[in-house]
Design a protein around this ligand. Structure first.
Ligand SMILES: Cc1cc2nc3c(=O)[nH]c(=O)nc-3n(C[C@H](O)[C@H](O)[C@H](O)COP(=O)(O)OP(=O)(O)OC[C@H]3O[C@@H](n4cnc5c(N)ncnc54)[C@H](O)[C@@H]3O)c2cc1C
Ligand SMILES: NC(=O)c1ccc[n+]([C@@H]2O[C@H](COP(=O)([O-])OP(=O)(O)OC[C@H]3O[C@@H](n4cnc5c(N)ncnc54)[C@H](O)[C@@H]3O)[C@@H](O)[C@H]2O)c1
Length: 486
């Protein structure tokens, strides 16, 4: 590992230029560096917090560690002969201790060692663009180090949580996803604002770990970007678990008079809710406000618009990969973009052919057509591609085919009284699938079959020959195809 070594307050210029400089060592920056190194390009990576990024320490990993026992218990409670054995509460302290293990106790030695292993030089500090192909790193001790890039700078700085600017919000010290994933105890009462993925996952986790959760939704339901039945099934299960869900309400003010005391949440219908903590799960903003974008003619604080090779429009050297380009705010999709962008940087550096045609080696085409996502709630929700509403908005001639998952033999064996639903959105002109959504216990691992069908544009006539094993939940594929064929 290389560190910035200049005297405090001084600026030093790095030795020879690197081929590639990556700003941000989250999952995406790590993978851009890996691909660049694999192509033989010298690579520097700049990280201001922990190598591994939001995903490893305050997002995917800790949230799933909190959710796993909650969902496993809900599943077990639906198995005859097992349910009585899992009636009691979870051991919250043990769950939190396991979460701490999964985050390596918020230490990044393992991930730094991995980057060392791929041969990238790691610079600790905040990276800022100070001109074309130039990044200045300010180390924690204030020293500055200037890096130059021969071929590419890749911005992989991710996002931060957005907290609405409401009266009293700063004094109330609300939770964002960071506190919700790293808290060392379950609050007695937790208000969650926002019914997107973070809101429903964290409501599920903390309700299961012993908090009394109230979910405040300004719209009509949960998970508004997905098929409507997904949010309805999750809302039913959250309600049965004891959470309160209030739709059509907005928070107007938050008050916490005593720093150790309760928080009062004022609502636009004149009512209020009292709680011990309030979590704002109200979306994300790009971490580009302090990135020196103005030095290269771009707007500070903006999402970085890129082409399909993840190159920022109007430049031939600047790439923006992962959350920061706003294409698909998911770890696996950002890592896919990193593989594409890394290959494109290497091809352009070597003046080799660049294939940015749809589904080409240097085009992140799946971002438009086949983004998979699993929401790890009870029940799980898994989707890929377009919803019916999205396909209709795009002007496609489509038909939605639905099936009650509870009627599949494998689902009945999985859980007593299994509740769930599946939908495939069929492109009637090409007879391929544009999107698939499953909502039900244990369906997360089913998703990749749908991703292959959608990304592969597998004709329905051929899917008919992909025979699901009996008696698994995946037999829903057969039922969907039979329903389509009438
Ligand atoms: C609660 C929660 C749960 C989630 N769960 C999932 C999930 O289950 N599955 C999934 O696919 N996605 C999930 N996501 C989304 C996922 O976390 C992001 O898509 C992913 O982290 C994006 O990776 P990234 O590398 O683009 O950005 P990040 O992970 O945000 O990493 C960016 C890195 O850049 C660094 N950085 C920022 N600015 C600078 C700078 N100027 N100089 C140097 N370094 C800088 C940051 O410190 C950080 O380490 C979740 C998100 C949240 C909030
Ligand atoms: N399992 C997963 O894959 C997973 C888990 C968590 C997060 N993520 C990703 O992280 C990203 C961020 O998730 P998120 O849930 O923070 O964002 P989101 O955009 O999905 O949801 C935010 C919700 O908050 C609502 N909202 C915004 N401002 C509000 C306000 N002032 N008052 C009330 N409600 C308000 C929005 O209408 C929206 O429904 C998403 O893109 C998501 O895909 C993925």
């Amino acid at each position: 590992m290389t560190d910035s070594t200049a005297d405090a307050g001084k600026t030093t210029t790095g030795g020879s230029p690197y081929d590639v400089v990556v700003i941000g060592a989250g999952p995406v920056g790590e993978n851009v560096a890996d691909r660049a190194r694999a192509a033989g390009l010298t690579t520097a990576v700049v990280e201001s917090e922990l190598v591994g990024g939001e995903c490893s320490y305050w997002a995917c990993m800790p949230s799933k560690a909190l959710l796993r026992p909650v969902v496993a218990r809900a599943d077990a409670r639906r198995v005859p002969g097992l349910s009585a054995a899992v009636r009691g509460p979870l051991d919250t302290a043990a769950v939190l201790a396991h979460r701490d293990e999964e985050t390596s106790h918020w230490k990044d030695d393992g991930q730094v060692a991995w980057l060392d292993g791929v041969g990238a030089d790691v610079f600790r500090g905040t990276g800022r663009l100070t001109g074309p192909r130039e990044v200045t790193v300010t180390a924690p001790d204030g020293t500055e180090h200037r890096l130059t890039a021969r071929h590419a700078v890749a911005v992989c700085t991710g996002t931060r949580a957005v907290v609405p600017d409401l009266p009293g919000v700063a004094e109330a010290r609300p939770w964002t996803s960071r506190e919700a994933t790293s808290a060392d105890r379950a609050p007695g009462r937790l208000v969650v604002v926002g019914g997107g993925v973070v809101g429903v996952e964290m409501a599920t986790a903390w309700q299961g770990l012993g908090s009394e959760v109230t979910l405040l939704i300004r719209g009509g339901g949960l998970l508004p970007k997905m098929e409507p039945f997904a949010g309805e099934l999750v809302a039913d299960a959250l309600g049965e678990a004891g959470a309160r869900i209030r739709t059509g309400v907005s928070v107007t003010a938050v008050r916490r008079r005593d720093p150790g005391g309760p928080v009062t949440v004022e609502l636009d219908d004149g009512d209020h809710v009292e709680a011990d903590e309030i979590l704002f799960a109200t979306g994300r903003a790009p971490r580009t406000d302090d990135l020196g974008l103005e030095t290269v003619g771009l707007e500070p604080g903006s999402w970085l618009t890129v082409d399909d090779s993840c190159r920022v429009e109007g430049t031939d050297w600047l790439y923006a990969v992962g959350d920061v380009n706003h294409r698909a705010l998911l770890t696996h999709q950002g890592k896919y973009q990193a593989r594409v962008a890394g290959a494109a940087i290497a091809a352009r550096a070597g003046q080799a052919a660049v294939d940015t045609a749809p589904w080409g080696a240097h085009a992140a085409t799946a971002d438009h057509a086949a983004v998979p996502q699993v929401v790890f709630t009870d029940p799980e929700v898994a989707s890929v591609g377009l919803t019916l509403a999205e396909a209709e908005r795009a002007g496609r001639r489509v038909r939605a085919v639905d099936y009650d998952l509870g009627s599949v033999a494998g689902a009945g064996l999985y859980a007593d009284g299994y509740r769930g639903r599946a939908r495939m959105v069929v492109d009637l002109d090409r007879e391929i699938l544009l999107g698939v959504t499953f909502a039900g216990p244990g369906i997360g691992e089913l998703l990749h079959s749908a991703t292959i069908a959608v990304a592969g544009e597998v004709p329905i006539a051929r899917l008919w020959h992909a025979v699901p094993a009996y008696p698994t939940i995946s037999e829903v594929w057969l039922r969907l195809l039979e329903t389509y064929r009438g």
